[in-house]
Each structure stands twice: as C-alpha cells, then as structure tokens.
Design a protein around this ligand. Sequence first.
Ligand SMILES: Nc1ncnc2c1ncn2[C@@H]1O[C@H](COP(=O)(O)OP(=O)(O)OP(=O)(O)O)[C@@H](O)[C@H]1O
Ligand SMILES: [Mg+2]
Length: 247
Amino acid sequence: MTNTVIELKGVNKSFRTAEVETRALTDINLMINKGEYVSFTGPSGSGKSTLLSILGLLDEATTGKFKISDIDVVDLSRDQRAAVRNKEIGFIFQSFNLISDLTVEENVMLPLTYQKGVSRADMKRIAAEVLTKVNMEHRMQHHPAQLSGGQQQRVAIARALVNNPSLILADEPTGNLDSENAAAVMDILKKLHDEGCTICMVTHDPRSVKHASRNIHILDGQIQNNLVADETGAKVAAVEEGAVPCT
Ligand SMILES: Nc1ncnc2c1ncn2[C@@H]1O[C@H](COP(=O)(O)OP(=O)(O)OP(=O)(O)O)[C@@H](O)[C@H]1O
Ligand SMILES: [Mg+2]
C-alpha cells in the first residue's frame, strides 16, 4: 500500500466570473505522506482555501493531476467524488459549520448517516467515542447555540473524525477563537497527529505553524518554499529533519 495520501502534479485553478478570469493556483506540485502534519500559510487571497477545497474534493482543479490515497480523482463522477470525500476526508472550518437544529450528538453522527449499513446503535457508539476524544461527551444533547466557540469547534473536530478519515483538512480552525480555546484546538490536532492522522491546516497564526511538521507558503497561487517569514521577516517555522520538500 502506498504511503502517499496526496499527490498533485501541475495543478492550476482559475475562476471565471462574467468577463473576469482569476488565476487562483498556478502549477501546484505537492506530495503529502501518511502521518504528515502540513501547515499552509500565505497572504489573504493567495489561494490557500482554494487549494484546501481542491484537496477536499469540494472544488475541482481546472487542469492538472490529482490522486488521493492512490485513487485518481480527476476523472471520477460527482457521486464517486462524494463517496471518496465521505470516506477519506474530514473537514474543520473556521466557522464550525454545525447544524443549529441538530444536537451535538446528531451533528457528529450526520456523516455516518450517508454510509450504508451503519446501525443507529453503532452511530451513537462512534459519536460518543469521538466526542470523548475532544472532551465534549458531556454535551451530547446540547445544541450548538448553547456552546462556546471553542466547544463548537471541538464538536466540529469530532464530526470530522467520525468516518475515521485518512486526511483531516482544517481551514483556519482557530480563526474565530480566543487564544485559550485556540490552544485547546491545537492540542487536539497535535494529539491526532501523534496518533497517526494526516493533517493539512491553513493558518495565519505562527504559533499554530510551529505544531506542524512542514510548512508550505503560498504566494499569488504558487508554492514558495518550506519556510515562512512573519511580518518582522523572522523565520517562524523550519522544515523538520526528514520532511519531504514540496518543490
Ligand atoms: N468562487 C470564486 N469565484 C471567483 N474567484 C474566487 C472564488 N474563490 C476564490 N476566488 C479568488 O481566488 C483567489 C484565492 O482565494 P482564496 O480564498 O483561496 O484565498 P485565501 O488564501 O484562502 O485567502 P484568505 O486568507 O483571505 O482566506 C482570490 O483572488 C479570490 O478572489
Ligand atoms: Mg481562505
């Protein structure tokens, strides 16, 4: 079995709106191995979310090659892409994206309801397991509005884990949190990485970058290097020994 979770070759992405074409990504070449924790940094509008959406099969590249866990996803039908997404990928968004009418338990169970053959009892058991992982098992019957931002994000992480995905994608997961809750979320991601999860995380926060084993800096839709400079020009993250360079 391959050790590569993500393989992008020559990926480009353009958005066409009315008469305007925006080039969001240019010639992205990227390999991410099983168990890596990769952070993505770059200025606003540089293409980070676009790249994450492509990695998560929420959007399609305009041109280029793309494999997830050795599955060539470029030529898959809509339904096949949805099946791969549901099986292989867990998402964590800046704005939590929980469904307000559902309880914590129901929110976490939701991805399992799209899978065939999972009994209600199994869904409840798995939901309890992942909610315990993020210390939210005591809030199972609450609704999202009854929780703090940090608690909502922990529930969203539990929901991302419920399918036991091969890849966790997080787009600024601490962007709406105060520093204490942000640290709690980063601790959970670190724990998941220690357990072997593969994680890709977009972040603006140099403290979050330090948790990752590799940083990829994006500028004007292109991968720059594995080091990133903060506003003062200081390097805030270095490639760990043994990490695979991305360019
Ligand atoms: N659906 C879309 N239609 C048209 N243009 C888009 C669309 N989504 C993104 N873009 C453009 O693609 C470029 C990259 O956007 P993207 O959201 O990936 O940036 P980002 O690095 O995530 O920025 P931020 O840090 O502000 O979240 C921008 O110029 C943006 O305007
Ligand atoms: Mg973004």
